[in-house]
Design a protein around this ligand. Sequence first.
Ligand code: H2P
Length: 793
Amino acid sequence: MKDVHVPRPGETLSDAILQHLKYSLGKDAAHATTTDWRMALSLAIRDRIVDPWFASTRATYAKQGKRVYYLSMEFLIGRLLEDATVNLGLMDEVAEFFDDRSLDARMVMQDEPDAALGNGGLGRLAACFLESMSTVGCPAYGYGIRYEHGLFKQSFEGGRQMEAPEDWLTEAHAWEFERPESSYRIGFGGAVKVLGNRTVWQPEETVLARAYDMPMIGWQGRWANTLRLWSARPETVFDLDRFNAGDYYGAAEPEALARTISRVLYPDDTTEEGKRLRLKQEFFFTAASLRDILRRFEDEYDDWSILPSKVAIQLNDTHPAIAGPELVRLLHDEKGMDFDAAVEAARGCLGYTNHTLLPEALERWSIELMRSLLPRHLQIIERIDAAHAAAHPDRKVVLIGDGDVQMGPIAFTMAHRVNGVSALHTGLMKETVFAELNRLHPNRIVNETNGITPRRWVLAANPRLSGLITEAIGDGWVDDLEELMQLEPMADDAQFRDEYAAAKRANKVDLANYLGQQGLAVDPDAMFDVQIKRIHEYKRQHLNILQTIALWQEIKDDPKGDWVPQVKVFGGKAAPGYVFAKEIIFLINAVAEVINNDPDTSHLLKVAYPANYNVTLAERLIPAAEVSQQISTAGKEASGTGNMKFALNGALTIGTLDGANVEIRELVGADNFFLFGMTAQEVVARRQIDDHAAKAIAEAPRLKRAMDAIASGTFGERFASITENVSGDDYFCVASDFADYWRASRDLEVAYRDQADWTRMAVLNTARSGWFSSDRTIRGYMSDIWGAEALSV
Ligand code: H2P
């Protein structure tokens, strides 16, 4: 899809869509399918992005400003058409065009496949950052992998999660520009030779990294950056000798092997082969990105010592942490810089964001694997480790220890700034995982609390609420979200509250219709309570479902009681190899099956678990939510970003003092937030108590009853792994937090009965969540980490 149609002066969007339908797609309007219309619209919109995109690139060259490079294994961009249309202010025109043809613009837009090039918050954060960097005019590139298949598609069979390959690329993708001229040879394995005074890595296997660019347009089209994704290609397409010898499979092998690298996101890495592939993927995209970054630098400058004043590279988690050693290798081995100077220059460029304290996410690779795949990098890491040891003789942290290369400490040592993603998480990072490194490098750790882009998460996803806000305070909030503060007094204005409540109700009706189409009838007047995120023990979806069972039991005891009807919505995928998380999914579905079909209670309580949670589904659920479940074990959720989206869209949070919940509660006010559970310190202390779970269960008869119901087969299977976990070790303190969670859930229901007051609290949540714009976060990174300046065209 290489032809760019240049809009002719005076050409309307409508002309452009029709031109593309005819000349790019070869279709007659009378026979166009929804996909044809979607492609024609996408190409017409894309044309309008190209000029600002070029202008931004030109401005960056002209001003010789510092460029930011955001390296991430994940970019959970979802659909791009609606975002781009909204940011260009063309939504009304598009709606009119399709109205005139008796077509629904939203349906056309929803035809776009959801690019699931990420897993959860980490990848979605990267996508919000790309949009915000364009909105604030920060010259930037996102770098990642063009996975042929993103995160798997989830379905349920008999309540169990099934996984199928995701296929966003089976249809033409309107947003990417293939760049065959931007290809780099990436090596693996082989040997390291010393030739004269130079060290040379001679890889034994090489693949090509080919660039694909997507323009990322900011608000009002003022600036556009690039997301450059790498696709793996073989050096030789196929082996003609083997083919002619009749070995047809063998002839295709080089291609198949090379392409494996960019085939899927997060291949199962429980096997050695899986680990090898994962490390290959990480090196592949990091090395290609660094080569591209240095090539761009060399086009403009010839003094390597100024690299850190022109280049900021952000490592999104440890996945691209090999960037440190690779940059040193490029600068020292290939560009001839002195080793220590190369380390300093690399450190001057690099920043590292830590997204979790869970040990599973601080990657480590066996020394053997590193030696066999990246032998030169292992040497460089050893040398940096030795220098670090010499500089800090009393240090305990090692870059290579316990037989493994430790990517967390490597990222820390090679970065000039290391940041956490919420105030609590940053504090805990200093006290726990990086305590020792923080002592040695006291000013390196900084906090940048996460944020979300209001363009996608309010303006596009919730047009009813955004219309109301704009009517009340103008549209300045869209790129200055703290303007929402002006809504505060309106929380006491009955008419405004009614309109606000009406917008929420209409969103609930939409969601009810959607769930209805999937076979689950729900009452739009029930309280909509939502927990959407990766399924993980620390996020405690099992706490939520246990509470749901207990509630069902109480309703069943007294079906005529004064209950608040509610719909409990779950959404999320479990990693394919994570057996316990898959069991939680199975339990939720089993409970849903029983509760939803119970004639005594089903008018009061429903459980919905729409399959295949992704960005598109989040855009549907969040605007309709009234209750936001943020119930992780305190100290475990680094930040959360869904929590911010919900608060902004007027859902009230029930949550622990974890991650950014702490900051949300401070900002929206303790009275407008339903707090429960132990603090991070209390959790640590609680775990020291013998049989803490058994003790908690003994004191919480409702929990005991719910667990007994599961164990006795009320929901089909007996889910022994879950009940044994909660009543046994219970590392995540489900049992110990249950009673208080129950109490807070009841408080919520009491509050919900007073609809006027509930809406008042919801309005205050919206009004006071402006600080969570990712524009604010990006400005923080620019000043505290990158030293980058905003530009304009
Ligand atoms: C992670 C953290 C979240 C954090 C997000 C972005 C890894 O995302 O756990 O707490 O908000 O990064 O910093 P997630 O669990 O959603 O996959």
